[in-house]
Design a protein around this ligand. Sequence first.
Ligand code: SF4
Ligand code: FE
Length: 482
Amino acid sequence: MTLRTGKEYIESLRKLNLNVYMFGEKVECPVEHPIIVPSMNAVALTYDLALDPLYEGLMTVKSHLTGEKVNLYNHVFQSTSDLVQKVKRQRMLGQKTACCFQRCVGQDALNAVYSTAYEVDQKYGTHYLDNVKEFLLYVQKEDLVTDGAMTDTKGDRGLSPSKQKDPDLYLRVVERREDGIVVNGCKAHQTGIVNSHEVLCMPTIAMSEEDKDYAVSFSVPTDSPGITIIYGRQSCDTRKLEGTEIDLGNSEFGGHEALVVFDHVFVPNNRIFLDGETEFAGMIVERFAGHHRPSYACKVGVGDVLIGAAALSADYNGVQKASHIKDKLIEMTHLNETIFSSALACSYEGVKTPSGAYLIDLMLANVCKQNVTRFPYEIGRLAQDIAGGIMVSQPSEKDFRSKEIGHYIEKYLKGVDSVPTESRMRVMRLIENLTLGTGAVGYITESMHGAGSPQAQRIMIGRLGNFEHKKGLAKNIAKIKE
Ligand code: SF4
Ligand code: FE
């Protein structure tokens, strides 16, 4: 088994024959497209850091299948300390990239199907776990990126999958053959798909008997015939085509999402992880969401960068000593660390599933993600408050570099005398990036809807809240005898 370098990873992407579209045109070489490259850089870093003696403790682990060292991303959690390691890795990578580094959905998907496959096999005598293990061995051996794909486009939200007017609005089996199945459908918001070797699909909701063809999970290579990737737009994305750096805020790293269409895609038998066992669709959904919710510790790392940027902007503006500025930075930190606390807590409280794989504590994971749907908005609001309006109104880098007018910007955008104007412009653009530019896709809106929208967590919190037990506690104390 080998851990590949970031460079080797990029070369492996170059060999894929992906069918990617952006702005109405086919992207001939995704690894060189300026809008895609930053997102690829973020994933490449997850390779390089696994080989860095300083970070390998967070980035790698012993495979429970082979005993060899593998990237933690390609691991099924075997203990609560594996779960805690994941959360700490997420924060560290958020600090280093200030974006969505995309790989976590694949790990969380792998974990969800692994533990569920065991339970399906127990009930039906199927051999799904063998398939999952064979797949896991392959991705560990080749050090691959797997994208986890859950969200269907869903059509009329009031109708079940099989009741939709267009039957493809949820991914489904359209043909069963001796050697495998053929699927149709579309997965939305697909994080990191262009930077992935494999796409692991799962059902998006719990299902009933009539939805049998929709209760399907499998993995196929991202360049399989029939897959079309339609790249998602991000706010301010075309700034990456301008050949400048300051205006990007974060010129090195980014994330991406896409619509992924499956048009008669063939899945061989050994890549099927669920097919028709409808009552287990909900288990995969719940476990994937459960694992993915504390993965949002990534936002804590991004929050660290944003808090740092806000503090820097205060220094550059000369207001760092104002008590309300200090208090706002404290508030931002409190919110950020609260997210981290719940991500850690649900990992420390993890439990062993019958398969041997560990699952986080579901209540605390849902509390974690509910925090994530709110706190980055408030942290972003405070960062904008501290930075001042110039973060959205300053002239472009090209104006700053202009021989005719650049000197005006140099002179009038100066804050504290000892700080170069360019530094102040850079930090303002970083705050813009994270709160309304390309970075805000990951830090703000994805915090709301990724790993389930707020209501999904509230339903789980309601279900796990055990109110009857709590009523009993109150009755005891109040000496109510009924
Ligand atoms: Fe990973 Fe965070 Fe991106 Fe989700 S949003 S894929 S958890 S980095
Ligand atoms: Fe996400």
